[in-house]
Design a protein around this ligand. Structure first.
Ligand SMILES: [Ca+2]
Ligand SMILES: [Ca+2]
Ligand SMILES: [Ca+2]
Length: 281
Protein backbone atom coordinates (compact mmCIF):
# COMPACT_ATOMS: atom_id res chain seq x y z
CA UNK A 1 0.00 0.00 0.00
CA UNK A 2 0.93 3.68 -0.35
CA UNK A 3 3.64 3.20 -2.97
CA UNK A 4 5.95 6.16 -3.57
CA UNK A 5 8.45 6.51 -6.40
CA UNK A 6 11.79 8.34 -6.56
CA UNK A 7 13.89 7.80 -9.67
CA UNK A 8 13.85 4.04 -10.43
CA UNK A 9 13.10 3.11 -6.81
CA UNK A 10 9.75 2.42 -5.13
CA UNK A 11 8.94 2.38 -1.41
CA UNK A 12 5.69 1.07 0.09
CA UNK A 13 4.14 -0.31 3.29
CA UNK A 14 3.99 -4.11 3.42
CA UNK A 15 2.15 -6.54 5.72
CA UNK A 16 3.89 -9.77 4.69
CA UNK A 17 5.18 -10.36 8.25
CA UNK A 18 1.83 -9.76 9.97
CA UNK A 19 2.49 -6.13 10.82
CA UNK A 20 3.20 -3.13 8.64
CA UNK A 21 6.78 -2.57 7.53
CA UNK A 22 8.43 -0.34 4.95
CA UNK A 23 9.87 -2.07 1.89
CA UNK A 24 11.76 -0.74 -1.10
CA UNK A 25 12.81 -2.05 -4.49
CA UNK A 26 14.86 -0.66 -7.35
CA UNK A 27 12.80 -1.36 -10.47
CA UNK A 28 15.94 -1.64 -12.59
CA UNK A 29 17.58 -4.36 -10.48
CA UNK A 30 17.26 -6.66 -7.50
CA UNK A 31 14.62 -7.89 -5.12
CA UNK A 32 12.50 -5.94 -2.69
CA UNK A 33 14.24 -5.30 0.61
CA UNK A 34 12.89 -4.52 4.07
CA UNK A 35 13.71 -1.05 5.41
CA UNK A 36 12.10 -1.93 8.75
CA UNK A 37 11.49 -5.26 10.53
CA UNK A 38 10.16 -3.97 13.85
CA UNK A 39 7.08 -5.92 15.13
CA UNK A 40 5.07 -2.70 15.55
CA UNK A 41 3.64 -0.80 12.58
CA UNK A 42 5.63 1.35 10.16
CA UNK A 43 3.34 3.04 7.61
CA UNK A 44 2.83 5.79 5.01
CA UNK A 45 6.29 6.11 3.47
CA UNK A 46 7.39 9.20 1.58
CA UNK A 47 10.46 9.21 -0.59
CA UNK A 48 12.86 11.82 -2.02
CA UNK A 49 16.33 11.12 -3.40
CA UNK A 50 18.03 8.67 -1.00
CA UNK A 51 15.74 9.41 1.95
CA UNK A 52 12.67 7.36 2.90
CA UNK A 53 10.54 8.64 5.80
CA UNK A 54 7.52 7.01 7.46
CA UNK A 55 5.32 7.06 10.55
CA UNK A 56 6.42 4.53 13.17
CA UNK A 57 4.55 3.11 16.19
CA UNK A 58 7.43 1.24 17.85
CA UNK A 59 7.36 3.58 20.89
CA UNK A 60 3.60 3.22 21.49
CA UNK A 61 2.60 6.38 19.68
CA UNK A 62 3.31 7.58 16.16
CA UNK A 63 6.77 9.00 15.50
CA UNK A 64 8.61 9.96 12.32
CA UNK A 65 11.61 7.87 11.31
CA UNK A 66 13.84 8.03 8.27
CA UNK A 67 16.29 5.82 6.38
CA UNK A 68 19.21 6.93 4.23
CA UNK A 69 19.67 4.50 1.32
CA UNK A 70 23.19 5.78 0.64
CA UNK A 71 24.48 5.05 4.16
CA UNK A 72 22.08 2.25 5.13
CA UNK A 73 21.35 4.14 8.36
CA UNK A 74 17.97 4.53 10.06
CA UNK A 75 17.43 7.73 12.04
CA UNK A 76 14.79 9.41 14.20
CA UNK A 77 13.23 12.60 12.84
CA UNK A 78 10.73 13.23 15.64
CA UNK A 79 9.83 11.01 18.63
CA UNK A 80 7.77 13.48 20.68
CA UNK A 81 5.22 11.87 23.04
CA UNK A 82 2.29 13.03 20.86
CA UNK A 83 1.42 11.54 17.49
CA UNK A 84 3.42 12.50 14.41
CA UNK A 85 1.73 11.21 11.24
CA UNK A 86 1.59 11.47 7.42
CA UNK A 87 5.20 12.50 6.81
CA UNK A 88 6.28 13.92 3.47
CA UNK A 89 9.87 14.52 2.36
CA UNK A 90 11.11 16.89 -0.35
CA UNK A 91 14.84 17.49 -0.67
CA UNK A 92 16.19 18.60 2.71
CA UNK A 93 12.76 19.05 4.32
CA UNK A 94 10.43 16.62 6.09
CA UNK A 95 6.95 17.71 7.19
CA UNK A 96 4.16 15.94 9.11
CA UNK A 97 0.98 16.54 11.12
CA UNK A 98 1.49 16.56 14.89
CA UNK A 99 -1.04 16.43 17.77
CA UNK A 100 1.35 17.03 20.69
CA UNK A 101 -0.63 20.11 21.80
CA UNK A 102 -4.03 18.39 21.58
CA UNK A 103 -4.93 19.40 18.03
CA UNK A 104 -3.24 18.82 14.68
CA UNK A 105 -0.47 21.19 13.63
CA UNK A 106 2.07 21.13 10.83
CA UNK A 107 5.73 20.71 11.69
CA UNK A 108 8.82 20.62 9.50
CA UNK A 109 12.36 19.32 10.00
CA UNK A 110 15.50 20.13 8.06
CA UNK A 111 17.55 16.98 7.35
CA UNK A 112 20.78 18.96 6.97
CA UNK A 113 20.57 21.30 9.97
CA UNK A 114 18.35 19.02 12.14
CA UNK A 115 16.23 22.08 12.95
CA UNK A 116 12.55 21.41 13.78
CA UNK A 117 10.02 24.14 12.93
CA UNK A 118 6.49 24.41 14.26
CA UNK A 119 4.71 25.75 11.15
CA UNK A 120 1.20 26.24 12.57
CA UNK A 121 -0.06 26.95 16.09
CA UNK A 122 -3.80 27.59 15.62
CA UNK A 123 -6.02 25.63 18.05
CA UNK A 124 -8.02 24.13 15.19
CA UNK A 125 -6.61 21.40 12.97
CA UNK A 126 -3.97 21.70 10.26
CA UNK A 127 -3.56 18.37 8.45
CA UNK A 128 -2.44 16.45 5.39
CA UNK A 129 0.83 18.20 4.49
CA UNK A 130 2.22 18.02 0.96
CA UNK A 131 5.49 19.51 -0.24
CA UNK A 132 7.38 20.35 -3.42
CA UNK A 133 10.75 22.08 -3.26
CA UNK A 134 10.52 24.59 -0.41
CA UNK A 135 6.74 25.01 -0.64
CA UNK A 136 4.66 23.23 2.00
CA UNK A 137 0.85 23.07 1.74
CA UNK A 138 -1.88 21.56 3.93
CA UNK A 139 -5.60 21.60 4.72
CA UNK A 140 -6.50 24.08 7.45
CA UNK A 141 -9.65 24.41 9.61
CA UNK A 142 -8.90 27.75 11.30
CA UNK A 143 -11.78 29.40 9.38
CA UNK A 144 -14.29 26.57 9.98
CA UNK A 145 -14.34 24.27 6.98
CA UNK A 146 -11.17 23.30 5.17
CA UNK A 147 -8.99 25.80 3.35
CA UNK A 148 -5.66 25.24 1.64
CA UNK A 149 -2.71 27.10 3.13
CA UNK A 150 0.90 27.19 2.04
CA UNK A 151 4.21 27.98 3.70
CA UNK A 152 7.49 28.91 2.04
CA UNK A 153 10.20 27.10 4.00
CA UNK A 154 12.90 29.31 2.49
CA UNK A 155 11.36 32.61 3.59
CA UNK A 156 9.28 31.15 6.48
CA UNK A 157 6.15 32.93 5.30
CA UNK A 158 2.64 31.52 5.50
CA UNK A 159 -0.20 32.46 3.16
CA UNK A 160 -3.79 31.41 2.67
CA UNK A 161 -4.29 29.75 -0.73
CA UNK A 162 -8.06 29.17 -1.09
CA UNK A 163 -10.84 31.62 -0.22
CA UNK A 164 -14.09 29.68 -0.40
CA UNK A 165 -16.48 28.93 2.48
CA UNK A 166 -16.91 25.26 1.49
CA UNK A 167 -14.35 22.51 2.06
CA UNK A 168 -11.04 22.54 0.21
CA UNK A 169 -9.05 19.50 1.36
CA UNK A 170 -6.27 17.04 0.55
CA UNK A 171 -3.87 19.34 -1.30
CA UNK A 172 -1.05 17.98 -3.44
CA UNK A 173 1.71 20.06 -5.03
CA UNK A 174 4.24 19.79 -7.84
CA UNK A 175 6.35 22.84 -8.63
CA UNK A 176 3.98 25.81 -8.72
CA UNK A 177 0.79 23.77 -9.14
CA UNK A 178 -1.44 22.89 -6.19
CA UNK A 179 -4.42 20.54 -6.66
CA UNK A 180 -7.11 19.80 -4.08
CA UNK A 181 -10.54 18.27 -3.48
CA UNK A 182 -13.30 20.91 -3.44
CA UNK A 183 -16.91 20.67 -2.16
CA UNK A 184 -18.32 24.02 -3.32
CA UNK A 185 -20.68 22.22 -5.74
CA UNK A 186 -22.22 19.73 -3.27
CA UNK A 187 -20.00 16.95 -4.56
CA UNK A 188 -16.28 16.46 -4.41
CA UNK A 189 -14.47 17.95 -7.39
CA UNK A 190 -10.82 18.40 -8.29
CA UNK A 191 -9.51 21.93 -8.64
CA UNK A 192 -6.04 23.25 -9.26
CA UNK A 193 -4.27 26.55 -9.52
CA UNK A 194 -0.72 27.70 -10.00
CA UNK A 195 0.76 29.91 -7.33
CA UNK A 196 -0.01 33.07 -9.30
CA UNK A 197 -3.11 32.21 -11.37
CA UNK A 198 -6.82 31.74 -10.79
CA UNK A 199 -8.48 28.44 -9.91
CA UNK A 200 -9.50 25.88 -12.53
CA UNK A 201 -12.20 23.28 -11.98
CA UNK A 202 -11.13 19.91 -13.45
CA UNK A 203 -14.16 17.65 -12.90
CA UNK A 204 -17.78 18.28 -13.90
CA UNK A 205 -19.44 14.84 -13.99
CA UNK A 206 -22.00 13.80 -11.36
CA UNK A 207 -20.41 12.01 -8.43
CA UNK A 208 -17.37 12.50 -6.25
CA UNK A 209 -13.76 13.03 -7.31
CA UNK A 210 -11.05 12.96 -4.69
CA UNK A 211 -7.50 12.07 -3.67
CA UNK A 212 -5.80 14.10 -6.39
CA UNK A 213 -2.08 13.95 -6.92
CA UNK A 214 0.01 15.98 -9.34
CA UNK A 215 3.38 15.59 -11.03
CA UNK A 216 4.48 18.38 -13.35
CA UNK A 217 1.40 19.04 -15.55
CA UNK A 218 -0.47 15.79 -14.97
CA UNK A 219 -3.15 15.40 -12.30
CA UNK A 220 -4.40 11.94 -11.30
CA UNK A 221 -7.40 11.41 -9.05
CA UNK A 222 -10.05 8.91 -8.01
CA UNK A 223 -13.33 9.19 -9.93
CA UNK A 224 -16.57 7.96 -8.29
CA UNK A 225 -18.92 8.87 -11.16
CA UNK A 226 -19.75 5.16 -11.61
CA UNK A 227 -20.79 4.98 -7.93
CA UNK A 228 -19.23 5.23 -4.50
CA UNK A 229 -18.40 1.50 -4.62
CA UNK A 230 -16.89 1.69 -8.12
CA UNK A 231 -13.93 4.06 -7.94
CA UNK A 232 -11.89 4.55 -11.11
CA UNK A 233 -8.56 6.24 -11.66
CA UNK A 234 -8.60 9.27 -13.96
CA UNK A 235 -6.13 11.84 -15.16
CA UNK A 236 -6.15 15.42 -16.43
CA UNK A 237 -3.38 17.08 -18.43
CA UNK A 238 -3.09 20.77 -17.52
CA UNK A 239 -1.21 21.60 -20.74
CA UNK A 240 -3.86 20.21 -23.09
CA UNK A 241 -6.86 20.69 -20.80
CA UNK A 242 -7.90 17.12 -21.48
CA UNK A 243 -8.05 13.86 -19.60
CA UNK A 244 -9.90 10.60 -19.17
CA UNK A 245 -10.32 7.60 -16.96
CA UNK A 246 -7.33 5.28 -16.77
CA UNK A 247 -9.43 2.41 -15.45
CA UNK A 248 -13.09 1.71 -16.01
CA UNK A 249 -15.49 -1.18 -16.01
CA UNK A 250 -17.56 -1.96 -19.15
CA UNK A 251 -20.72 -0.43 -17.69
CA UNK A 252 -18.87 2.79 -16.98
CA UNK A 253 -17.37 3.35 -20.42
CA UNK A 254 -20.26 5.29 -21.89
CA UNK A 255 -20.04 7.97 -19.21
CA UNK A 256 -16.45 9.02 -19.83
CA UNK A 257 -17.51 12.57 -20.63
CA UNK A 258 -16.75 14.76 -17.63
CA UNK A 259 -17.29 18.24 -19.04
CA UNK A 260 -20.53 19.95 -20.11
CA UNK A 261 -21.09 19.68 -23.85
CA UNK A 262 -18.37 17.18 -24.65
CA UNK A 263 -19.12 13.98 -26.54
CA UNK A 264 -15.74 12.47 -27.29
CA UNK A 265 -14.99 10.93 -23.94
CA UNK A 266 -12.70 13.81 -23.06
CA UNK A 267 -13.08 16.48 -20.48
CA UNK A 268 -12.13 20.10 -20.70
CA UNK A 269 -11.34 22.31 -17.75
CA UNK A 270 -12.68 25.83 -17.69
CA UNK A 271 -11.33 28.53 -15.46
CA UNK A 272 -13.29 30.14 -12.69
CA UNK A 273 -12.12 33.23 -10.92
CA UNK A 274 -10.66 32.85 -7.49
CA UNK A 275 -12.51 34.86 -4.89
CA UNK A 276 -10.00 37.27 -3.42
CA UNK A 277 -12.28 39.68 -1.59
CA UNK A 278 -13.10 39.76 2.12
CA UNK A 279 -14.89 36.79 3.63
CA UNK A 280 -17.80 36.80 6.03
CA UNK A 281 -16.05 34.51 8.45
CA1 LIG B 1 6.75 -3.48 11.45
CA1 LIG C 1 5.26 10.50 18.85
CA1 LIG D 1 -3.61 23.38 15.07
Amino acid sequence: MYPKVSGTRVAWQDQRNGNWDIYTKDISAGNSTAVTNNPSDQMRPSFSGNIIVWQDNRNGNWDIYGYDLSSGQEFIICSDAGNQERPVVSGEWVSWQDDRTGNWDIYAYNLNTQEQIRVTSHERDQMHPAMSGNILTWEDYRHGLGEVYKFDLATRTESRYTFNIYNQTLPAISGNTIVWTDQRHEQRDIYYSTLSASETRVTYGTGDHSQANVLNDVIVYTDYEAGQDDPNLAFFDIKTGMGERLTTNPQGRKSLCLAPGCSSGRMIGTASTRYTGPTSR
